[in-house]
Design a protein around this ligand. Sequence first.
Ligand code: FES
Length: 117
Amino acid sequence: MAKFTHHIFICGNQRPAGHPRGCCDPSGQGALRERFKKELAARGLKADVRANAAGCLDQCELGPTIVIYPQAIWYGGVTLEDVARIVDETIVQGRILDDLLIADEQLNTKGVKKPPA
Ligand code: FES
């Protein structure tokens, strides 16, 4: 079996309402991961790209958060509407989406919210 080209780790962590750090999947439905799975399948990419459920990625204030490895591309504020273009542009074309990118200097900055794009 060929190795995967990308692993997309999708935070599905839940915390109680009102938690100061928030969380990436308040409903616990895993909808973001399900959308990635659907969009990957629709493009015939299931054998090459994995959409993995992840626990807290420790970028909670910037969430919902995903990280794509081995490229180490971090995206924050990801919505269901972003998933198709992440697959089409980042996974397929290798293009970084600046409006979603968590810059290196923003990573691991607890309590700091992502500025609006
Ligand atoms: S809850 Fe998603 S990164 Fe922490």
